[in-house]
Design a protein around this ligand. Structure first.
Ligand code: AG3
Length: 283
C-alpha cells in the first residue's frame, strides 16, 4: 500500500484553533531580516507562502484575495492612473492592478525584498506581473513611503500580514492619516482587515479610525479558505467615490475568477453579526 508521508504544516490561527495542510515538499526556507519565510508545496492548496508561520497565500485560492483587494477599489475610482501597493511581496495584487488599462504606474512598496525574490522563483503564476513596465518596485517601509509622498496616488492598496510584527503600524490611525495625505483629492484606499469571527476588537477600531479620516468608509467580504474562519474582511476609505454608487453595468469585462460586477455589489451586503462590528465602530 502506497502511504503518503504524514508531514504536516500547522498554522495556529488562534491560540485555540489550527489549520493543517499535508506538505509534499519544503521548497524554500529562510530567516530574512524581518521574518521567517517558507514556500511549501502542499497536497491540498499547491504551493503556499508562509511568513512567521502564517499562511499568506496559496496558488489554489490566491485569486479570491488578490482580485478583491484590487478590483473593488480600482473599479470604484473613476480613472485610476497611479496606484501604490504596500506589502504584498508575492505580487498577486500587482498582477490584478495591471489588468486595468487606465493604470499608468504601479509603485510596489515592500519592506522585505526576500519575499519578492522567493515569490519570483517559486510562485511565478502570482508574481508574473512584477516585470510589467508600469511597475516600480521599491524596497522600503510602507509607513515611511506614504509619509514622504503627499498627493501622489489615486488608489493605495495595503496588502499586509496580520497586525503583529512588521505589519503592526499598518493598522494604526496615524497611518490612515498619512494615507489620506498621500492620496490625490479623489483618491481612495483599501486594506485587508482580518476575520469578522476572530478579530472582533480590531475591526471596529479600524472602522472607527478610517471613518475619522475618510468621508466614505465601507467594509466588504470575501471567502478565503486558507485564512482563519474563511470569511475575510476588507475596508475601503475614500475621499469622494462610494463603491456602492458604482454603475456596475459600466464595469469592463475582466479576466477574473471571483470578482465580477455582481460581486462588486454583493460583497458589501453584510450579515448582522458583521454589521454589528461597524455599529460598535461608530457607524
Ligand atoms: N496577506 C495576509 C492576509 C492575512 C492572513 N492571515 C492569516 N492567515 N492568519 C496576504 C498576502 C497575499 N498577497
Amino acid at each position: 500500500m502506497d502511504q503518503k508521508l504524514q508531514l504536516w504544516f500547522t498554522e495556529l490561527q488562534t491560540d485555540d484553533m489550527a489549520l493543517s495542510c499535508r506538505v509534499k515538499k519544503t521548497l524554500h526556507q529562510e530567516e530574512t531580516p524581518f521574518q521567517s519565510l517558507a514556500v511549501l508545496d502542499t497536497e491540498q492548496f499547491g504551493r503556499m507562502l508562509v511568513l512567521d508561520n502564517v499562511i499568506q497565500t496559496t496558488v489554489r485560492d490566491e485569486f479570491v484575495y488578490h482580485e478583491m483587494m484590487a478590483h473593488v477599489a480600482l473599479n470604484t475610482h473613476a480613472l485610476p492612473k497611479k496606484v501604490l501597493v504596500i506589502g504584498g511581496g508575492d505580487g498577486g495584487v500587482v498582477r490584478e492592478v495591471v489588468k486595468h488599462r487606465s493604470v499608468e504606474k504601479v509603485v510596489h512598496c515592500e519592506i522585505d525584498g526576500a519575499v519578492i525574490e522567493a515569490s519570483r522563483k517559486y510562485l511565478p503564476e502570482i508574481s508574473c506581473a512584477l516585470d510589467d513596465p508600469r511597475v516600480d518596485i521599491v524596497i522600503d517601509d510602507g509607513i515611511k513611503h506614504v509619509r514622504e509622498h503627499k498627493k501622489t496616488y489615486d488608489v493605495i492598496i495595503v496588502d499586509s500580514t496580520d497586525p503583529v510584527g512588521p505589519a503592526e503600524g499598518l493598522f494604526s490611525a496615524s497611518f490612515y492619516r498619512s494615507i489620506y495625505e498621500a492620496l490625490n483629492e479623489d483618491g481612495l484606499f483599501v486594506a485587508q482587515t482580518e476575520s469578522p469571527f476572530f478579530n472582533r476588537d480590531l475591526i471596529p477600531r479600524l472602522y472607527k479610525d478610517i471613518s475619522a479620516v475618510f468621508p466614505v468608509t465601507r467594509l466588504f467580504l470575501a471567502c478565503v479558505p486558507t485564512y482563519p474562519g474563511g470569511l475575510w474582511t476588507f475596508t475601503m476609505g475614500s475621499k469622494r467615490y462610494d463603491p456602492l454608487e458604482v454603475d456596475i453595468a459600466g464595469i469592463p469585462q475582466m479576466d477574473t475568477k471571483y470578482y465580477s460586477p455582481a460581486v462588486h455589489r454583493s460583497c458589501f451586503v453584510l450579515p448582522p453579526f458583521v454589521e454589528e462590528l461597524l455599529v460598535q465602530g461608530g457607524r
